[in-house]
Each structure stands twice: as C-alpha cells, then as structure tokens.
Write a protein that binds this ligand. Structure first.
Ligand code: 6R9
Length: 667
C-alpha cells in the first residue's frame, strides 16, 4: 500500500493554533484509501459491544488450540481471572511452527541488525530450528515445565530464541533489562527463584563493549536458586568462568537436535513474569499466562498496526526487556507471521541517521516507538530523516508516556510524510497488550490523545469516589471489565496484587482495576492520558498534570525536551519546576534569564498563569529508565535539594552528574 499525499484528510482539519494543549482541536479522520484495506472495521466495535465475551472467543480463533476451551471467561474468583477455560495450546507452536507448516518457512521472521553493522536474516524455518535446539538444550539442563528462567541479554536473536524455547517447554521466563545492575538482577532472580540465567559475554552500546556476564557472576554469588548460567558469545569479551555452572551457548545449543515436539499447556499456564521498574522498594513481578495473553497480543497487533503478513515490514524499536518488547517484538508479531526488524543498538551509533538508514534498507512499513525517542529525533533535527527514503512507512505508533501534540505532529510530518496514520497506544505491563488507541482506518486521531478503548476493552475515568466524570472532566483511569491479557497476579504476593490494583474502586459487580494514571475526557469524549497519578501536581489547589506543562514547553520553538515536577512549596503546596533541553542551534545565544522568562510566559499563555513554572532549569540531558520513562522522582530530589534516591534503574546514571553540574550555570 502506498502513502496518501495531498488528500483532503492529510492536513489539520482546523487551525493549527492551540488554545490549550489538552483541548487540542486538530483531528485527523481516517484516510479513505487506508480504510478500504484496513484490518480493522467498525464491525469490531459493534460485535464487541453486542457480546464482549463472544467477541474475545472469536479473537482467540486466531490461535491454534490443541484442546478447545469450554468457557471464555471465569471471573467468579475476581480479581483472579481465568480466560479460555479448559483450552490447551503451545505458545511457541503458535508463533513459529504453524507458519512453517502452512508453507511460510522461507518468509523472513526477523531482519536482525547488530550495532556494529553485522546482520542476520532469520526465516520462520530458521526460527523453528533455533527454538527447537534451544528447547532441547534447556531440557538437557534438567529444566521442566513451571521452572523459572531469567533472561539477561542484549537485543540479539538469542533473546527471542530463549523466550520462545521457554514458552515451548512451559518454563516461565523473566526477562531482565541488559541495562539493569547486578543488584537489580539479583533481586529479580531471587524473587522468582530462577534456576537458570541466560546471558552473553557482553553487549554493544554506543560503539563500546560493555560487560554483562560479570553482573550475572555478582548477582548469582548470592542467588542460591541458580544452577546454571548459559552464555551467548556476542562480543568476544573475556569472561570469568565457573566450571560446572557456566555453559557456552555454542557448545550446548548448537549441538542439539533440530527436532522438538511441542507439548500443549493449559491456557492459564504461566508464560512470563516481568518486573516493573522505576519505583523504590521491591519490584513487582507481574505475572502473565498463555492463552488470553497471546490472544490479546495477536488481536491488537493485527488491528492497531494493520499488519499484512505478506507485504509489511514491521519494526518495534523497544527492548525485549520491556513489556512492549514482549508483546510487540516477540509474541504479537510472531503469532501474526510478521516480518520484523530487530536492532541491537542505540539510535545515534555510529550517527544520528541510523534508524532511518534501517527503515530505508529494509523498507520498513510500520514503526512503533516511544515519545522520548521521537523528541530525541526532533532535537537532532528534521534534516536527518529527510536525507533518507522513508516512503515505505505507512503507519506509525507511539507508546510509553503521553505524547505531546508537538511530537505527534512532528512524527507524522517528518517521519510519516504528513500522510500516515499515527496511533498513540496506552497500555501497561499489567495489561499485557494495548487497551486504548485509535484503530487506523476506522477511528479519527487527535494529536496527543489515545482516543478510546479498543473493541473488547472497557475503561472509565472516575472521580475520587469512583463515579464516572462527564465530558471535559478529569480523574482516575480504571478498567471496569476483565480483559484476556490482564495480569494474573504479582508473583508470590497476592495481597499486594489486591491492594495495588483492586482495592481502590469497585462497582456493583465487584472490584475494578485501578491503573494509576490520571486522564480526562475532552468535549467529544476522547481520552487524554495525563501521566501517572503521582505525576499530577497540586498547585494552590489546582490539579495540573506534569504532561500538560511539558507539552506547553515543548511546543515552544526553543525547547527540545522538557520534564516537569511538582516540588514542595511552602505557599502553594507544590511549585512547578521544569527541566528543559534546548534545541540544537537556533536560539541558544539567548539561553539564560531572557529565554527562561519567555518560556514561563509561554506556559502561562498556553495553559494559564497558574501553570507558570516557579523555576526553569536548562539541562543537557534528562534521567530516563531503559524503557524511556523520565524518572521524575530524581528530578524532584534535585528540585527539592535532596540527596538522590535509587538510581539503579537509570539507563545512564551519569546524567544525574551532568544535570547537577549543569545547574551550576545560570539558567
Ligand atoms: C506499555 C508500557 C505503563 C505506564 C502507564 C502510563 C504510561 C504508556 C502511554 C502512557 C500515556 C500512552 N503510558 N503508554 N501514557 N499515553 N500511550 O509503557 O508499559 O512500562 O508498564 O508503563 O506508562 O503511565 O501506566 P509500562
């Protein structure tokens, strides 16, 4: 499918000036040509509205079931759900073997590209062989269904082989970000009592080789559950070796048989645990199971990304250590027989056009990434993507945090040739798959809004008392009906599961899920996510979202990126403190008091004087987790002159030094 240019729908439907960023008035209706061949149709909404469970039952038909289920949903023991009761399936068979059996063995599953420029092309037949060998290797280490395996790998194909081999054997994987510290790894291994860790000798990052195995050595010293460490040779870096415990991947896996018969598991068999990051205290091990999770991953990937398996090339730029990598690099795309791109490295290695080079080389047609990455590209300048042929792109997606209208518009214009649909997808580790998003070809999109729930999903915005707010109103986002990809618990902590998600709100039929996000309906009923509830500031009794102020700042031509926190203030309760990165070139000459004044006035004009930041600090970088979320907690520490809290989940812990030293400069 080609891109639509010059159609009546391709421009903003009303003047581009904004009165208020969260009553954004630009609307992009579905493009007619796109709609004609879109996977999603209005009938999806109608079917789901008529009978939600029957709708999910028909979505589950996307999968191969060895034993059909007898009941779609058992919610009698809420909040513990059972989906597709009695059904049995093998998740890896669904993601790999069945595509080979249906004659698509030669189709590329993964175009993998390493940071140094090495590449690997993996067809579905190759993937079947690699997963079978890996499964045989794990069996030879004595692992049996139900055991936990920690996967601590960079973005290399072995990460996918390992996850699928676990799924094939009914082992529960716990993928831990390659950027996490030895300590973070140890707590996760301990909590899940993993008996195997899969890692590599090192990882490529920004042109350097960083250690990985040494973190495992440190972590495993005190983690008594671990019997073996399986090590992929990726970088050739020297590693310490523990005979009897450590095993090289190439010794063990490469010598295994390529045949392996998958066994069917119950729909509720645990598939993976994924720990949520970025908060203090013990991480939460979010538990997902098999049939419902895979149904939602496959359905949402089909409907939201409009995947056409025979022609599309799909690229999700996340890391497999994040839930987005689980659902939209591994399980959803593979269940749908996608041809995907997988990239090991950072976007500016060896130069800032690396992503666009990859899009051009593989003719990527669907791209899914995070607002923070988009804003980074904005900062580097639109001339960089402009140098590449991006005409293959026909759909763009965003995930991870609220996308400010400026970034949304830039993404569509400079990456999507001012023509592609942009889908802003809201969901969480806990939800397993996308929950709120426009459906391309069906739903109109507004820059910055995730619009509405997907067919089959039910959400509401409620006030403190659990009463739904009206149009124009704001409050807490809740999910008032169970969904197939929902978390089934927090590993080993039933009480925390109930307390965190299910105890705050209930309706006549029982507990409802509290997402922890603030949101509001606009005048037309579209949903705008406002960030975590703890990111909502209270200034002189006015509730102001950090996102709202960030959006206003980023809309100013001098600002590339902004992070806003509420800092304790004796007079106003909280005062707004903004950290801004200026755009390269341009206005840097008047950096300083004059610019800060203009930015404060700009925010006052965009939102109102109440939202005027008390302080604006110009900084060179912002602290982010590996999944690209700004760690406002650390910025609050800076804003309130406190010693920094835990920095172990930061992607790059040196940024806090940069920020602190930058603050010495007048801003
Ligand atoms: C998939 C993922 C979940 C939290 C979530 C919310 C924020 C994610 C968003 C979004 C606004 C979007 N979030 N997508 N906020 N618009 N499109 O990110 O999972 O890492 O668990 O984070 O991320 O605050 O509650 P996870």
């Amino acid at each position: 499918m080609t891109q639509q240019t010059g159609s009546a729908e391709s421009g903003p439907s009303s003047a581009a000036t904004l009165d208020n960023l969260l009553s954004e008035n630009r609307t992009f209706p579905p493009d007619e040509d796109f709609a004609r061949s879109a996977n999603a149709t209005q009938s999806l909404y109608d079917e789901a509205a008529a009978d939600r469970e029957a709708f999910w039952g028909s979505q589950a038909e996307r999968l191969h079931w060895d034993t059909p289920w007898t009941q779609v949903l058992d919610w009698s023991n809420a909040p513990f759900a059972k989906w597709f009761v009695g059904g049995r399936l093998n998740v890896a068979y669904n993601c790999v073997d069945r595509h080979v059996e249906s004659g698509h063995g030669d189709q590329v599953a993964i175009h993998w590209e390493g940071e140094p420029g090495d590449t690997r092309t993996i067809t579905y037949a190759d993937l079947r062989r690699e997963v079978a060998k890996t499964a045989n290797a794990l069996t030879s280490l004595g692992l049996t269904a139900g055991d936990r395996v920690a996967i601590y790998l960079p973005m290399i194909p072995e990460a996918v082989f390992s996850m699928l081999a676990c799924a094939r054997l009914g082992l529960t994987h716990s993928v831990v970000f390659g950027g996490f510290s030895a300590e973070a790894l140890r707590t996760r291994i301990d909590d899940a009592e993993a008996s195997l860790v899969i890692t590599s000798d090192g990882q490529n990052r920004r042109g350097k080789v960083l250690g990985l195995k040494e973190n495992v050595d440190t972590a495993v010293r005190d983690a008594h559950s671990v019997r073996n460490v399986l090590v992929v040779r990726r970088t050739g870096k020297d590693v310490e070796w523990h005979d009897g415990r450590d095993v090289w991947w190439h010794d063990l896996v490469d010598t295994q048989s390529e045949e392996h018969t998958p066994e069917a598991f119950d729909a509720e068999h645990p598939l993976f645990i994924l720990y949520t990051s970025g908060t203090t205290g013990k991480p939460k091990g979010i538990l997902h199971t098999s049939g419902g999770y895979l149904t939602q991953a496959a359905y949402t990937h089909h409907a939201v990304f409009d995947l056409k398996p025979d022609t599309d090339v799909y690229w999700c730029g996340a890391d497999v250590g994040w839930v987005t990598g689980h659902s939209y690099i591994v399980y959803g795309p593979l269940a749908n027989r996608a041809t995907s791109v997988m990239y090991e490295g950072t976007p500016n290695t060896p130069h800032e056009g690396r992503w666009w080079e990859i899009v051009q080389r593989y003719r990527v047609s669907i791209l899914y990434t995070a607002p923070t990455t988009i804003r980074t590209f904005m900062k580097w300048g639109s001339d960089i993507p402009a140098r590449h042929d991006l005409s293959s792109l026909r759909l763009l997606g965003s995930v991870g945090e609220p996308i400010n209208p400026e970034a949304w518009m830039w993404y569509r214009e400079h990456i999507g040739a001012a023509a592609t649909p942009v889908v802003d997808t809201w969901w969480q580790t806990e939800t397993g798959g996308i929950m709120i998003s426009p459906l391309p070809g069906v739903t109109a999109a507004k820059p910055g809004s995730a619009m509405g729930t997907l067919p089959g999903i039910s959400a509401k915005i409620v006030d403190e008392n659990g009463v739904e707010v009206g149009r124009g109103g704001g409050g807490y986002l809740v999910l008032d009906q169970p969904w197939p990809g929902m978390l089934r618990g927090i590993w080993g902590d039933e009480q925390r599961f109930r307390d965190t998600y299910w105890s705050r709100f209930r309706d006549e039929s029982g507990p409802i899920y509290f997402a922890g996000d603030g949101a509001k309906y606009d005048a037309e009923g579209a949903i705008w996510l406002l960030g975590r509830v703890d990111d909502v500031m209270n200034v002189s009794g006015h509730r102001i979202s950090t996102t709202e102020v960030e959006s206003a700042l980023v809309a100013h031509s001098s600002v590339a990126e902004a992070a806003v926190v509420g800092a304790a203030d004796a007079t106003t309760g909280q005062g707004i403190v903004a950290f801004v990165i200026l755009r390269g070139g341009g206005e840097s000459a008047d950096e300083g008091a004059e610019l800060v004044k203009r930015l404060r006035d700009h925010v006052a004009k965009e939102i109102g004087p109440i939202a005027k930041p008390r302080q604006i600090l110009v900084v060179p970088e912002l602290p982010k987790t590996r999944s690209g979320k700004i760690m406002r907690r650390l910025l609050r520490d800076v804003a309130e002159n406190r010693e920094l809290g835990d920095v172990t989940t930061l992607q790059d812990s040196s940024v806090m030094d940069l920020i602190s030293s930058g603050l010495a400069k007048p801003a």
